[in-house]
Structure formats: structure tokens, C-alpha cells
Design a protein around this ligand. Sequence first.
Ligand code: SAM
Length: 248
Amino acid sequence: MLYFDERRKWVLKAEIGREFHTDKGIVKLGDLLGKRFGEAISSSLGYSFKILRPTTFDLVMNVARPTQIMYPKDIGLIILKLGLSCGSRVIEAGTGSGAMTIAAASVVKPHGHIFTYEANPEFARIAKQNLMRAGLISYVTIKNKDARTGFDESEVDAVIIDLGDPWDVIPSAYASLAGGAPLVSFSPTINQVERTVISLRENNFVNVSTVEVILRPLRVEPGRTRPTTTMIGHTGYLTFAQKSFSAT
Ligand SMILES: C[S@@+](CC[C@H](N)C(=O)[O-])C[C@H]1O[C@@H](n2cnc3c(N)ncnc32)[C@H](O)[C@@H]1O
């Protein structure tokens, strides 16, 4: 990752002959080869850019975005609540840009796998490119398929739903999950949450809970530290549940 300041940082591929143009001058990407993370490189205008190791957060935030993406503040809790770890087999409905897929794949690799369903062929194509750029495509199968027709996998460790109508896929999610295994559904509106929770209860899911994750960044200046003026106000609500074999 090329870093100038908090606002100007980019995940790029170091390649001979390629240039990267910024308002602080041109950086020759071939000159990055042979340098170590932590070192700096000068632009054509003499500005210093730091070469940092991109984290999963940076990979997620740098995806090409034809759709809304899941944000790191939500993804972090999802990974913990679903108990994802190396070896987990996961179904995802609504690949979108693949931001959530990148985060999940980076946790389940090298022995686990993400089976992700996307109805729109163009979004599936861009998500594939994003996953290739992140070096994670071998841990992911992108299925250009309507999730409402059902999932092909069984006994999976977790299901992630990011669709406008999550209740349409809850019976299929139940059928594909291992007993006791968790599910998450992400929805921007309260109306969607209510309908999702009703459907989860009707389909023998238990331990149902909904949260909104709010993240407030701080601007730290000696003697003047305070929250930043702008922040991400709302992304969506997260509803978690686990598969039970009986509702009682
Ligand atoms: C908000 S986006 C998902 C974003 C994704 N979580 C990310 O982090 O990049 C929702 C996606 O679900 C897809 N979608 C909607 N209904 C679908 C369905 N029935 N089956 C499969 N994909 C569907 C849309 O095309 C869209 O790409």
C-alpha cells in the first residue's frame, strides 16, 4: 500500500513500466520492487510516500464497488459472531463487490472455503477481479446464480446473507447449515429486520439477536482531541441466529 496521509493511500501492484498519478506527483510502480515494507519512495514532485503492508481492512476498502459493500465495522463483529476460523466452510448470499467475501476468505484460508452466490453476472465478474487482486480467489467459489433457487452445499459452518429480501433464502440457509451453526443477515432498514427475525423464528432458528454497530473515529491533536466532524452514520443492522433442530 502506498501511503501519503490518512486520505491518500492506495493498494497497488508493483509492476515495471507502470506509473501511478497523484496530486503529489507520479510514482513509478516498478521502483517499488526490491523495497521493503516500511521504506519510502519519492514521487516526481519530490514528495515521500510510505510503502506499507496492506491489511485485510485495506483490501476490503479498496475493492472496485459496483454495489454497496459491507464495512469493516460490521465485518469484524460478523467474523467473531460466526466463529469463522481456518477451515470454516461458509455460504454467502449476495456477493456484491466481494468485500465481505475477501474478509471471510482471509480468515478461513487455507483449508476453508467460501461459496458465494451472486445473481448479477457483471457484479460476479467484478467480485472475481477483486478477489484475484486480493490473492484470495482460490478459497472462493463464485456462483452466478439466484440464491432463491437454493444452495448446493450442505453441513456448512456459517451462512452470510446480504440481500434485500433475506427471508426468501432463510429456509435454504437452514437446510444447508450444520446443526447449531450460525447465520447473519445484514439489512439497512428496520422493516427488513422485523421480517427477517419473524422468518428466523418460524424456521427453527434460536439465539436470535440484532445489533447496529456504530464506530466513531477521533481526530487526535494535542490539547484538541475530539470526534471527527463526519462519520459513517448508518450502514445497516446485523441479525444473528443459530440453527436448532427444534423450536422448543
Ligand atoms: C449489497 S450487495 C452485497 C455486498 C457485499 N456484501 C459486499 O460486501 O461487497 C447485494 C448483492 O446481492 C445480489 N442479489 C440480490 N438478490 C439476489 C439473489 N436472489 N441471489 C443472488 N444474489 C442476489 C445483488 O445483485 C447485489 O450484488
